[in-house]
Design a protein around this ligand. Structure first.
Ligand code: APR
Length: 229
């Protein structure tokens, strides 16, 4: 049986695909005030601005391609039972061929009803407009977990991490909870690899840091994982 490899990814994973991270120099939260575009209060105050912020991100996503890091993680499925848990709202893991991808913070290409949380749709094209409604007639919003909102996918993520034989973290500053706490759900003794040019502040026995960008770091990781098959 293949070993269970669980991989937590963040914005750094998609940086080499041309998607800006949040907290690095030149990151999105330097240009935008998070409270103005990524909170439920922002949506109530100024939904047009919030919609424009995500429309811009979505439009850009259509111009981006998976990078060698995404492809390398998808290729690991040949040797491991791979579960990706991503904080990213892009679909680059899926487009690279990963078959099990859990999105903690929502998905940019989806929208949902502002009234009924379970009415979720694939948006046709990049633009969500004021007046676009669900089948019950309520305005659609981005299918994104905003700051201050629950992270429903954590219920699924925690048991997956507990069952991991190997755990990997790629390209996240581990600033945002609850996602940042997932590493602590690993069983004692599980090998942990962290791929990031800047070491994120995580302390757990058995961590090996690969201080490289995702593209190169994933190929280094694959070499190391060969010995753990
Ligand atoms: N390859 C790998 N890692 C990289 C690369 C790269 N090419 N470029 C940058 N990084 C690393 C940075 O060193 C940093 O540790 O990626 C991380 C990016 O951190 P953040 O910008 O904080 O992104 P992330 O951790 O994914 O943010 C978490 O915050 O704003 C919210 O909802 C948003 O999901 C996001 C969450």
């Amino acid at each position: 049986m293949k070993k269970r490899l669980v991989i937590l990814t963040g914005a750094g994973m998609s940086q080499e695909s041309g998607i800006r991270t949040f907290r690095d120099m030149g990151g999105l939260w330097e240009e935008y005030d998070v409270t103005e575009v990524a909170t439920p209060e922002a949506w109530h105050r100024n939904p047009e601005l919030v919609m424009k912020f995500y429309n811009d991100r979505r439009k850009q996503l259509y111009e981006c391609e998976p990078n060698p890091g995404h492809v390398g993680l998808a290729e690991l499925e040949a040797d491991f039972d791979v579960q990706i848990i991503t904080q990213n709202i892009d679909d680059l893991h899926e487009r690279a061929g990963s078959s099990k991808v859990l999105h903690l913070h929502g998905e940019l290409k989806k929208v949902r009803s502002t009234r009924y949380d379970d009415l979720i749709y694939d948006l046709d094209g990049w633009e969500l407009k004021f007046g676009d409604t669900c089948e019950e007639g309520f305005q659609l919003r981005p299918h994104i977990v905003w700051f201050g909102e629950m992270v429903p996918a954590m219920d699924e993520a925690m048991p997956l991490v507990k069952k991991a034989d190997i755990f990997v973290v790629v390209g996240t500053s581990l600033n945002v909870y609850p996602a940042a706490g997932l590493v602590h759900y690993t069983q004692d003794g599980v090998p942990i690899f962290v791929v990031d040019p800047e070491r994120p502040p995580v302390h757990r026995n058995g961590i090996e840091f690969l201080e490289e960008k995702a593209g190169l770091g994933v190929s280094t990781l694959k070499e190391k994982l060969k010995k753990l098959k």
